[in-house]
Design a protein around this ligand. Structure first.
Ligand code: AMP
Ligand code: SF4
Length: 470
């Protein structure tokens, strides 16, 4: 029987959103904001604006700098905007899945964008299709759009709040009408979303690093289960659509995904990672000559390990930053000849040294084994790998692309076996308790490490895992 993937794009969306309310040059601000969020998605991007009469939109497949020109930005009129950068794994999804989406409806036009993943999208989509909805894309985001437009007689806020209470998963949504901007975050607070002020107006961003880019002043995070409404001529209003609020921020945001200059729920990401490195050094010390990190995401943890252990930090690996999306990937034959694109070892530093190699995470294990091999070939005498997160044993169903059970090396191998597989002299992972300590938090989502998914999943893990394979 043919296996069917019901929402392939929805399962791999690690995106970034940026919103502007009542600021001059909203499109230009969104452009700079999205550029600062580019690490959250390189596949596609888009900006929608409104001048309170109509909604304008430009979008495309590619990087922010590739898609937008001054001419395109000048077409995006008005002082309100929402923007999106989209990440997707193989398969792409095409222009139809690039956000923001724009909907024309007799109840009023609106545009929306989203970061995260809805876990009950299958049931909701089926329900909506039975009611006559026709879907244009395979994205989860469209489900909210159909829920919102399904009842045109009632106030939009009430309809949105009802829709949000039906949606389960990890998400932030920005919904823009000609007169209002709605900003929403899921009840567990799995994805980050913050708000800042700028020249009497407001900007909203997945990460605070974008506030620096546009010169905005951080105000606060949007709370889990909160919807904020910005409306012409009124003070912003805050509502709660779910009382069952927890602060289960995705730990992978801190570990790998977010930029080090961002603060997530008042904890700076670099500081968090550095503290993880310090805790790794306390828990798993080793005699060594140098500490190196895998750039860029592991640099902070490597600095922390070095500071705590008093072993010097060295730049043993250098990253080539110009290996972009459009770079021609080497053939297997070139790979076998030793063509390496992203990382280079610094031989003169590594030769004869006992090295502590810090990485932020091991997912499939392929990167770690390549790097260990590379460092050994460069002459390192010993390689002690320390990972600034626990063994990843479960897939993420909340929008971070962390593979299937079959691909996750720690799902089938214990720590000794993983150590052997990657060819290290020793290997240790940071326990989740240390992550809480590093973030001075009592709660976080650790489901990809411990399998405790914070929401009902609606389908069995096996079923969801099978869908991820397509
Ligand atoms: P691997 O073990 O070969 O799958 O690669 C692990 C490396 O990929 C880690 O060192 C991270 O820097 C990076 N990484 C972790 N999570 C992700 C993710 N969701 N998407 C892309 N890269 C990731
Ligand atoms: Fe983040 Fe892992 Fe939870 Fe997914 S399962 S939201 S990657 S912590």
């Amino acid at each position: 029987m043919e296996k069917k993937c019901f929402f392939p794009q929805g399962l791999s969306e690690e995106c970034g959103v940026f919103g502007v309310f009542d600021c001059e040059n909203a499109a230009e601000l969104a452009y700079y904001g999205l550029h600062a969020l580019q690490h959250r998605g390189q596949e596609g991007c888009g900006i929608a604006t409104t001048d309170e009469k109509d909604i304008y939109r430009e979008r495309g497949e590619g990087l922010v700098t590739e898609i937008f020109s001054e001419t395109k930005l000048s077409k995006l009129k008005g002082n309100r905007a929402i923007g999106h950068v989209r990440y997707s794994t193989a398969g792409g999804g095409g222009i139809d899945n690039v956000q923001p989406f724009r909907f024309r409806h007799y109840s009023g036009d609106f545009s929306l964008c989203h970061n995260g993943n809805i876990v009950n999208s299958r049931g909701l989509k089926l329900m909506l299709e039975k009611q006559g909805s026709i879907f244009q894309s395979t994205s989860d985001t469209e489900i909210l759009a159909h829920l919102i437009k399904s009842d045109a007689r009632r106030d939009r806020l009430a309809v949105i709040m009802e829709a949000l209470s039906m949606i389960e998963g990890a998400y932030v949504f920005l919904i823009m009408t000609p007169t209002r901007l709605y900003v929403c975050r899921d009840k567990n607070g799995l994805r980050p979303l913050s708000i800042a002020t700028l020249n009497g107006g407001y900007v909203i961003s997945s990460e605070t690093c974008a506030f620096e880019a546009v010169g905005a002043t951080y105000l606060r995070d949007i709370e889990p289960g909160e919807i904020m409404v910005f409306e012409t001529g009124k003070e912003p209003c805050s509502y709660t659509f779910s009382e069952a609020n927890t602060h289960l921020m995705c730990s992978m945001e801190y570990i790998y995904f977010a930029r080090p200059d961002s603060d997530i729920e008042n904890i700076n990401v670099h500081t968090f990672r550095k503290q993880c490195g310090r805790l790794l050094a306390q828990l798993y010390p080793v005699d060594a000559d140098i500490v190196i990190g895998v750039p860029d995401s592991s640099t902070s943890a490597a600095i922390g390990y070095a500071e705590e252990s008093k072993i010097p930090y060295e730049m043993g690996l250098i990253k080539n930053k110009y290996v972009g999306r459009t770079f021609i990937q080497p053939s297997q034959a070139m790979r076998e000849k030793g063509v390496r694109l992203k990382l280079s070892p610094v031989r003169s530093l590594l030769k004869g040294k006992r090295v502590v190699l810090i990485d932020d995470s091991i997912v499939r294990g392929t990167t770690s084994s390549r790097i260990v091999q590379m460092v050994r070939e460069a002459g390192a005498a010993m390689i002690h790998v320390r990972i600034a997160s626990p063994p990843m044993k479960h897939p993420c169903f909340y929008g971070i692309d962390t593979s299937t059970y079959e691909e996750l090396i720690s799902a089938s191998k214990n720590e000794n076996e993983v150590c052997q597989y990657i060819g290290a002299d020793s290997l240790y992972f940071l326990p989740k308790e240390a992550l809480l300590q590093a973030g001075q938090r009592t709660q976080m989502c650790f489901a990809c490490f411990d399998g405790n998914y914070p929401t009902f999943l609606y389908q069995s893990k096996d079923e969801l895992n099978t869908e991820r394979k397509f």
